[in-house]
Design a protein around this ligand. Sequence first.
Ligand code: SF4
Length: 64
Amino acid sequence: MKLFVDQDLCIGCGLCIDIAPEVFDWSDDEMTAVAIDEEVPSEFEEEATEAMESCPTDAIQEAE
Ligand code: SF4
């Protein structure tokens, strides 16, 4: 599973970081979230999926 956060859609609510802190972190300016690694470790896929489904702006997207 590969993920990225669309920086134009993220509103910086922090929900994904609360749900999946092993997968998402704040960007350098702390205004938006970023995926820590594009490739999500398999043990964190469930929480990454929950974060993706919980994102209010659908900013978390699966990479090809
Ligand atoms: Fe951004 Fe969505 Fe994460 Fe909120 S849940 S910080 S809008 S990516």
